[in-house]
Design a protein. Sequence first.
Length: 66
Amino acid sequence: MTAHHGNTPAAWTAVVVAMLGFVVGGVALMLDPVNMTLFWVGCALGVGSLVVFAVMAKLGLHGSRD
């Protein structure tokens, strides 16, 4: 494991996007009636965070910063 494990712009951005997805999905489930469209938008943001991470890693934003 590297000294900077997880402390890269790609990792932080992916975590922020995933957290936003969880918040959007959670709010959608608490609405009355439940807003399934908003829930699925939150799910898409969660999956999209993986894509954001992969793209940023390919751009070199996940490499070591020694």
